[in-house]
Ligand binder design. Structure first.
Ligand SMILES: [Zn+2]
Length: 371
């Protein structure tokens, strides 16, 4: 087991970026240090960042954006990423562009796409990284959190024994309230590395017109990463506030902030990871007041169970039959709020104890109730 961020020429660093620019913003310093010590580097871009309409409208002075416009924009963003990586000492031969749909990774996750899971798993298996850096499942951009879960599922697909693999994650769009600074692992950047990182960010011209300040704010004297899986303490203000497993019932206590007076019906998503047998993706449309609710299979739309919701549309608890999630040994849950693109807290990972472990305890509290 290598020490995180103790980069040597024996390291094999693999970075997953949802879009071109994430690699520079999150790991611009780490990439320079990896290149400097002679570590092997692979940067995997899940999408070309082609569904990026507002910067494209402003820069290209066009309102309507068709498919060919998007393809052109995606090519531009790929070129920008390659130029940025060159600034950081990483040649284009170290990159892979998977070309999945920008703003479409959550859809692939929820429909249980085996194609993307196998693709990610084969990239990892073929490259055999010692240090894997992925977006955080807590990132509030749906593509970022979905890619985090997809990589986690791909690792499970490969088998859980990854003795020489250190996993870290990065937050580009952090939730409103995040963990204390002690939760992070910091990588110090020299003055020169900060200047190179700035130069690399400036290669992402398509993003600078509307977000120059936001992007350049990533030039700091350190980069910070989280151990994966993220510690439960980081879920402090996650909308799935509290998790209780009691016998055959899973209870989730939930709360979301009301933004701009928009408090419509939220959707609860649950992904059950069945080792070696794929995933089950379920959804529950939360009512505006206490009621019995349907648990639906996301792909077929079929009602697979009923659950009890107690609360109002922005705050309450739901009691779900654990049987619809079994034989999963862990699940991922997310609360998708209506009308708003960004999430409030990404995907929360929950371990499901085995039957014998559950039998030994009538009630298991996964973590202390929050104040
Ligand atoms: Zn991104």
């Amino acid at each position: 087991m290598i020490t995180p961020l103790n980069l040597t020429d024996e390291c094999r660093v693999m970075i997953f970026a949802p879009h071109p620019d994430d690699e520079t913003l999150a790991t611009g310093g780490l990439l320079q240090q990896a290149a400097a010590v002679g570590a092997a580097v692979r940067v995997i871009f899940a999408t070309n960042g082609d569904n990026n309409p507002w910067p494209q409208r402003v820069i290209e002075h066009r309102w309507r954006i068709g498919i060919t416009d998007r393809v052109r924009w995606g090519t531009k963003r790929r070129d920008e990423a390659l130029a940025a990586l060159k600034c950081l000492g990483i040649p284009s031969t170290c990159t892979v562009f998977l070309g999945y749909p920008d703003q479409g990774l959550t859809g692939l996750l929820l429909t249980g796409s085996q194609e993307i899971l196998i693709k990610i798993a084969s990239e990892i298996a073929n490259w055999n990284p010692t240090l894997l850096i992925i977006p955080s499942s807590l990132d509030i951009h749906p593509d970022h959190s979905a890619l985090a879960v997809l990589v986690r599922l791909a690792l499970a697909y490969l088998g859980r024994d990854q003795p020489h693999l250190t996993q870290l994650s990065y937050l580009i769009h952090p939730p409103q309230r995040r963990g204390t600074p002690t939760d992070f692992i910091y990588l110090s950047l020299s003055r020169e590395q900060q200047l190179h990182k700035r130069e690399a960010i400036l290669c992402h011209q398509s993003q600078l017109k509307l977000s120059r300040g936001k992007l350049l704010a990533f030039v700091k004297d350190s980069e910070k990463f989280l151990p994966v899986p993220e510690s439960a303490s980081l879920y402090g203000r996650h909308p799935i506030r509290h998790v209780t497993l009691s016998g055959s019932t899973l209870r989730l206590d939930m709360a979301i902030r009301i933004l701009l007076g928009l408090s419509g019906r939220s959707l609860l998503y649950l992904i059950a990871d069945h080792p070696g047998k794929g995933t089950t993706c379920l959804s529950v449309k939360l009512p505006v007041k206490s009621a019995k609710v349907n648990v639906c299979d996301v792909i077929s739309g079929a009602i697979v169970a009923s659950a009890l919701f107690d609360g109002i549309c922005w705050k309450g608890k739901i009691l779900l039959p654990l049987s619809v999630l079994l034989p999963a040994d862990r699940i991922f849950v997310k609360l998708e709020r209506p009308f708003i693109f960004f999430d409030e807290g990404g995907w929360r990972e929950i371990s499901i104890p085995s039957l014998s472990q559950r039998a030994s305890s009538v009630t298991m509290i996964q973590e202390k109730k929050l104040p």
